[in-house]
Write a protein that binds this ligand. Structure first.
Ligand code: ZN
Length: 76
C-alpha cells in the first residue's frame, strides 16, 4: 500500500515538472519570436526605405513599405 502511494506521488510530481517545463519553453519561444519580429528591418523593393518586418507588406519574397508600392512595383 505504501509503495503504491509513493509511486503515485512520484508520478504526480514528474507530471507537474513536465507541465512547468513545457509552459516555460512556450513562453520563452513566443517572447523570442516577438523580439525577432520587432528587431528585423527589411528594405522596400521599390523605394529602398527600411521598415520593421512586421509592418512591411510582403509579396512573394519581396517586402514593401506600403500597399501602394507593393501594387505598383513592376520590377522582375
Ligand atoms: Zn516603398
Amino acid at each position: 500500500m505504501n509503495l503504491i502511494r509513493i509511486a503515485i506521488i512520484t508520478f504526480v510530481v514528474w507530471m507537474l515538472i513536465r507541465m512547468v517545463k513545457s509552459y516555460h519553453n512556450r513562453i520563452g519561444h513566443s517572447r523570442r519570436q516577438e523580439r525577432d519580429d520587432i528587431d528585423t528591418m527589411v528594405q522596400c523593393a521599390r523605394c529602398k526605405l527600411h521598415v520593421p518586418k512586421r509592418e512591411a507588406i510582403r509579396k512573394g519574397n519581396r517586402f514593401y513599405c506600403c500597399r501602394r508600392h507593393a501594387d505598383t512595383d513592376r520590377s522582375p
